[in-house]
Design a protein around this ligand. Sequence first.
Ligand SMILES: NC(=O)c1ccc[n+]([C@@H]2O[C@H](COP(=O)([O-])OP(=O)(O)OC[C@H]3O[C@@H](n4cnc5c(N)ncnc54)[C@H](O)[C@@H]3O)[C@@H](O)[C@H]2O)c1
Length: 427
Amino acid sequence: MKIAVVGTGYVGLVAGACLADLGNEVICVDVDEKKIAALRQGKIPIYEPGLEELVAKNAREKRIFFTVDSAKAIRESRIIFIAVGTPQGKDGSADLKHVFQVAETIGRNANEPKIVVDKSTVPVGTSRKVRELIMKHSKHNVEVVSNPEFLREGSAVRDFMEPDRVVIGATSEEAGKAIYDLYRPLECGILVTTPESAELIKYASNAFLATKISFINEIANLSELVGADINEVAKGMGLDVRIGKHFLNAGCGYGGSCFPKDVQAIQKIAKDKNYPLEIVEATEKVNARQKLVPVQKLNKEFSSLKGKKIVLLGLAFKPNTDDMREASSIEIANALVKQGAAVVAVDPIARENAKKILKGIAYSDSVYEAAKGADAIVLVTEWNEFLELDFEKIAKEMKSKIIVDGRNVYDREKLISLGFKYYGIGR
Ligand SMILES: NC(=O)c1ccc[n+]([C@@H]2O[C@H](COP(=O)([O-])OP(=O)(O)OC[C@H]3O[C@@H](n4cnc5c(N)ncnc54)[C@H](O)[C@@H]3O)[C@@H](O)[C@H]2O)c1
């Protein structure tokens, strides 16, 4: 099948590479000329495990191509995926300008019947609007199918190839079947539904996961007050299959390119119907507060942070990605800098993206170097390389042995035995 994927970011590039690997001929389109030039030379603009190899393999086997010429890509493809960004607009709603731009381009260039697949996360009703817009300009019938994406950055290739489910929202049976057939080789559960339900499934799923995180963070804060250990509490809760063990890790809040904006967008969708989503509102409020919990712990420890050297371990919003969007590290670093602390950050991948966002902090390649003369270490992102550190060595380097474990990953007793003062989240 000849496929165009418009938007070559985290979702579009992964979807394009995976669809090519399934045997399709895929042309990936982006307006960013630098990105396309780099991709043509085999350079991957984002960090995503396994992606570089997958793109290289399919480029070699002539199944994946890159272009800025969207008109040509549209004319040459039977199926066109829209995977452009839908950032948060001023009022919290998803900004659809990129999606509508692509829709118009498709309408103007459709030279035969086409199927458009909307993979971007969009408010309920957008698929129908996209079709109306396309049909305003097109002489040929173009069907639009909603196909929200659930991949997670850091494991995006695996998530695409081995999804828990695929959701297809279609009004045309023929178009729905064509997209169903595209995913059939993945041998996963495929739900075919209406575009409205498909669009809401995406937002409701992300709002639910964000709520699960904020819920466990609230219970973590309560655990501290009553002398319980959140790791034990979460374990005990998660053994109940109705609750499940995933997404019950207490920590310093969620970030990323999806949860924060999708939590806002679903509230806007509901508000437009005069139905405030009170649980989701609370989720957001709790998360904003939770991001600053590590700073509050440092404030408890030191009467002033002025001149204190604080080492941040991890900047990316989660491990295995270079994505800094809405990362907890931003709030934490800004608060520390504002209080006059000397912040040194270590992150294996996200440093270059962090530099564009964070002001007034220093960087180090080595935890052990950074620890020299440090007053405290704060773990923000639980990268694998931070899990098995030599804390005996670190203890010798630090001025005061304070550790704030923002993701509850360290062995508290071991650290205490090495002379550290340990602060976790909810334990
Ligand atoms: N990142 C994730 O983990 C994730 C997961 C599931 C769903 N989503 C959703 O998928 C969509 C894309 O997200 P992303 O993280 O891949 O975004 P991104 O910002 O990484 O990439 C978007 C790409 O679209 C390009 N673009 C913008 N306008 C264009 C146009 N008119 N023509 C061609 N290209 C254009 C941009 O240059 C950019 O490269 C969003 O709606 C997002 O909510 C993202």
